[in-house]
Each structure stands twice: as structure tokens, then as C-alpha cells.
Design a protein around this ligand. Structure first.
Ligand SMILES: [Fe+2]
Ligand SMILES: [Fe+2]
Length: 139
């Protein structure tokens, strides 16, 4: 799979959130490299690492939004749950492909869920963070 790099359009402007999003993309990239090398056990472990990173990112982001009094938190939490379930579904249906050293459709599908999270999910709070002075760039 041609791997996806960080794009300016993914930025929320909040360094805490953007750093975690970058780590998620990096983990996906590492997963793509392992798949290309046909390292079945390591690939499976990396996939589990990505799932764990996604879940801990969602928890951190929800705490941050709760502390910032984000008004659409409930809707956002529901979206996280949906994305997390999609991740689990993709990873469990790909288990055999991964252990058999074939790429399967998991990588592009995981990339879609991740990019949807950045662009459909999290851009919903970008303007809110700007209004609150919580989007001060990543420098
Ligand atoms: Fe989110
Ligand atoms: Fe996020």
C-alpha cells in the first residue's frame, strides 16, 4: 500500500491532539512496512499496538474535550465508539491474512477509518478550539 503521510489538512491546531494523530499515522506506516516484509507475528503485534493506540487516543481526546467543555462531546464519544468498533472488525477479519503473510484489505480500510477520524470526526472541534484559544499551533 502506498502509505499516507501527515497532511496540513489533518491539523486541529492543538499540539497535544495533533501529536497523537501523527503517532497513529506513524504506527500505520510501520504496519504497512511489516506487511511488505511478510513478518507475520510482528505484523499481528503491530496491528494490536495500533488498536491500543487508537483506544488510548480516544480516551485522552475525550478527557481533553470534557475538560474544555466541548458542547458536542456526547456525539463525539459515540463517533469514537463507532470507529473503535470498525477497527476491531477490520483487525479481526484480517487476522488470517496477516498471519499468512498476505496484505489483505486491512491496511487501506484502517487508513480510511483513521482519516475519517481526522477529517470528519475531529475537525468538528477545530473551530471550537480556536475560539477557546486552544489551537495555538504545533511549534
Ligand atoms: Fe475524535
Ligand atoms: Fe483524534
Amino acid at each position: 500500500m502506498k502509505t499516507l503521510g501527515w497532511l496540513k489538512s489533518f491539523e486541529t491546531g492543538n499540539a497535544f491532539i495533533d501529536d497523537q494523530h501523527k503517532k497513529l499515522l506513524l504506527c500505520l506506516k510501520e504496519l504497512a512496512i511489516l506487511v511488505g516484509q511478510a513478518k507475520s507475528e510482528e505484523t499481528h503485534a503491530k496491528c494490536q499496538e495500533l488498536q491500543h493506540l487508537v483506544d488510548s487516543h480516544f480516551a485522552d481526546e475525550e478527557s481533553f474535550l470534557r475538560d474544555s467543555d466541548f458542547p458536542r462531546l456526547d456525539k463525539h464519544v459515540a463517533q469514537h465508539l463507532e470507529s473503535s468498533e470498525s477497527f476491531n472488525r477490520i483487525c479481526s477479519s484480517c487476522e488470517d491474512a496477516c498471519k499468512g503473510n498476505s496484505a489483505g484489505p486491512c491496511l487501506p480500510n484502517l487508513a480510511i477509518v483513521l482519516v475519517d477520524h481526522f477529517l470528519q470526526g475531529d475537525l468538528d472541534f477545530k473551530s471550537f478550539l480556536q475560539m477557546k484559544g486552544l489551537a495555538n499551533g504545533n511549534h
